[in-house]
Write a protein that binds this ligand. Structure first.
Ligand code: ZN
Ligand code: ZN
Length: 668
């Protein structure tokens, strides 16, 4: 299913890019709008008395409108009850006031009055009523308004599609769209953004892609793809479902782009784990456009990309830009800054951002708690959690995932158990799969594997892959073959294509020297056509990010990097280091295995950092998988031997290597 999104040969429902531009420039079909948005014609069925009256509004009309403006809805309704000639504008004001004051009962009174005065066929008021009912989540009333009106303008159709999409009734919205298509309603540029959003909330990914592509085809045929609002929504929809190349195709075909379109495409890259492209596009935006100035949404995505790459240097430049623009006063931007610093290995800078925030929301607190957690400061994470409660902020489920995760990273078993209890008894939060996974991880890492298995047995929900994955991970740390086999059986059923689970089980068999079983798992992996996810490490040197894969033959400095690693390895062996090669699943001789382990991507990144940065400078690396035992001990040694601080963020946490020890105390 996903291959469809990432396959390089796109099957778009419209001609390819170059043709698309040509088409847009030369023969774009022109559509005149059948109705004017702000001056709808009055329906002929309206009573002649109210029509003539609306041309000469009474003083009461002025009074009602003015009371509505001042927020005095009750008094306005009292006067309305005695008013025999209310105007369209009066009703519009009243509907707006009911919406603002969130009063469904008053809305119903106005609606009834409007019917009695013959305005129930007024399409302009019908759109206002539908929007009002949509705000009140009262779809049945919105439907009634829609069904009653016989001269339906495009605005009335759009209003109901919007209401259905907002209410999460994607299927109904799509059915309405099909009806419009069938009876030949002239769509306008406001129809599509709503219908695309409806696709997002419709039932399944398959239908989203099928319907989304079909609607994309309609948009293209009608020439609406050049409309910035429509095209931007398309980018957003494709982004949401990981169809990055589709989103880019639409973005490239846009004749006009505004800040929202740029932000949508940058966000698409950032959210779909393509941080390099996100930063590249941001630079392009800064250089190429005068009319699209980055806003808070843009900056949140850019910071997310910097954090993913642990690009601290670039992150600091972005921070300076944010301060110049005063965007740091926006909570979401400060939260993103905090997370960027934490993920780039600078917990102190993250803490400073947190302390300087004038306004903190739940996301700020959760980010700070999880920041302390992944850096291995469990007690500080709990302290911030308590500060948060003292500040009167109610924790949400994510808060508990953060604080339980923090306990797990440092083995605070009793505190973790207490917090789990606290979550259920005090805050009435039913544990989600993530909370159970945290508990299994906490107990399992601490060696209490049987108790971890008991947590799974007593779960109130069906245990999913995260929970079993936590147990399997713990079995690897503590070499428990029997439980590992139990967890793997479940995982192979739940996630048959996740190669990581097979590799983990093979690692456990290797450790136990159960070679026949190692081969059996390897064959299973091959038979299912799965491949081990290749290790990839990244390092930022002089504000540029470099990527390394294991045994990176294409790297121009590979000979130099190898020579340095071989020299360091000799030094280490003289001091008693024995390479840990158990992660190599192939039957090779010792030297070949050592060669492979020495070529691991994080070691190459460390060597690159040593050669290319100034002496004494901190080396910061990110790794897409868990750091292996050998890389961990080699990095400890290098930190002592070269007097360098080395910070590595692996898939689970941040390791600070300094003076031959790691902040995780070898508990990871
Ligand atoms: Zn390694
Ligand atoms: Zn460590």
């Amino acid at each position: 299913m996903w291959a469809f999104c990432t396959t390089p040969s796109l099957q778009l429902p419209f001609p390819p890019k170059s043709q698309s531009r040509l088409f847009s420039n030369t023969s774009l079909p022109k559509f005149s709008l059948p109705f004017s948005r702000h001056s709808p014609s009055k329906p002929t069925s309206i009573k002649s008395s109210s029509l003539s009256a609306s041309l000469q509004p009474s003083n009461n009309n002025h009074l009602i409108q003015s009371l509505c403006k001042k927020g005095n809805l009750k008094q306005a309704l009292q006067i309305l009850s005695a008013e025999s000639n209310p105007t369209q504008q009066t009703y519009e004001r009243l509907i707006l006031a009911c919406t603002q004051q969130q009063s469904l009962s008053d809305g119903l009174i106005v609606h009834q009055h409007l019917i009695e005065n013959g305005f129930d066929q007024d399409p302009f008021l019908a759109t206002k009523l539908i929007s009002m009912y949509s705000q009140f989540d009262s779809l049945c009333h919105a439907r009634q308004v829609f069904d009653k009106i016989s001269n339906k303008t495009i605005f009335v159709w759009n209003a109901l599609i919007r209401a259905l999409a907002l209410a999460g009734e994607g299927g109904e919205a799509l059915a309405l769209y099909q009806e419009m298509y069938r009876i030949g309603v002239h769509f306008d540029r406001f129809t599509y953004p709503h219908i695309l959003k409806a696709c997002v909330v419709s039932s399944s990914l398959v239908s989203i892609l099928r319907d989304g592509k079909e609607i994309h085809g309609h948009i293209f045929k009608r020439g609406f793809e050049s409309q910035v609002y429509v095209a931007t929504t398309l980018v957003d929809v494709y982004a949401k479902f990981g169809c990055v190349s589709y989103a880019r195709c639409v973005f490239d075909g846009m004749l006009e782009r505004n800040v929202v379109s740029w932000s949508a495409m940058i966000g698409c890259y950032a959210k779909n784990e393509r941080p390099f492209e996100a930063l590249e596009l941001f630079l392009e935006m800064m250089v190429e456009t005068d009319n699209a100035v980055p806003n808070a949404v843009t900056m949140v995505s850019v910071l997310q990309a910097c954090g993913a790459l642990a690009a601290l240097g670039q992150g600091k430049l972005i921070h300076a830009y944010i301060l110049r623009r005063g965007l740091n006063s926006i909570v979401s931007v400060s939260n993103a800054l905090l997370t960027m610093y934490v993920k780039s290995g600078s917990l102190e800078a993250g803490r400073r951002v947190f302390e300087q925030m004038c306004k903190k929301d739940i996301v700020s607190w959760n980010s700070m708690i999880s920041g302390y957690g992944i850096h291995g400061f469990g007690a500080d994470a709990i302290r911030v959690f308590e500060e948060m409660i003292d500040a009167g902020i109610s924790p949400n489920p994510i808060t508990f995932v953060s604080v339980l995760g923090a306990c797990s990273h440092v083995g605070l078993v009793e505190e973790g158990k207490r917090l789990f209890e606290f979550m259920v008894s005090k805050y009435r939060i039913s544990p989600h799969a993530e909370h159970y996974a945290c508990m299994v991880d906490l107990l399992g890492r601490a060696g209490q594997l049987e108790e971890a298995a008991k947590v799974i047995e007593t779960m109130r929900i069906e245990p999913g892959p995260t929970v079993w994955g936590s147990l399997l991970g713990a079995c690897r740390i503590h070499s428990n073959v029997e439980l590992a086999e139990r967890a793997s059986l479940r995982l192979f059923k739940l996630e048959p294509t996740n190669a990581g689970n097979y590799v983990l089980l093979a690692d456990i068999y290797t450790e136990a020297k159960m070679w026949e079983d190692v081969n059996r798992v390897k064959k299973l992996l091959e038979a299912r056509g799965l491949q081990k996810v290749p290790g990839c490490s990244r390092i930022e040197v002089k504000k540029k990010v470099y990527s390394f894969v294991s045994v990176d033959e294409l790297n121009p400095q590979i000979v130099q990097l190898h020579a340095l690693l071989v020299r360091l390895s000799k030094e280490m062996k003289e001091r008693g280091y024995i390479p840990d090669t158990k992660v190599v699943l192939y039957e090779l001789d010792r030297e070949e295995k050592e060669q492979i382990v020495l070529g691991h991507s994080e070691k190459l990144a460390v060597a690159f950092g040593l050669i290319n940065s100034n002496s004494g400078e901190t080396i910061r690396i990110t790794k897409n998988l868990r750091l292996c035992e050998d890389c961990h001990s080699v990095t400890k040694f290098i930190s002592e031997f070269t007097h360098r601080e080395i910070i590595v963020r692996d898939v689970n946490r941040v390791h600070h290597f300094r003076g031959g020890v790691c902040s995780c105390a070898d508990y990871w």
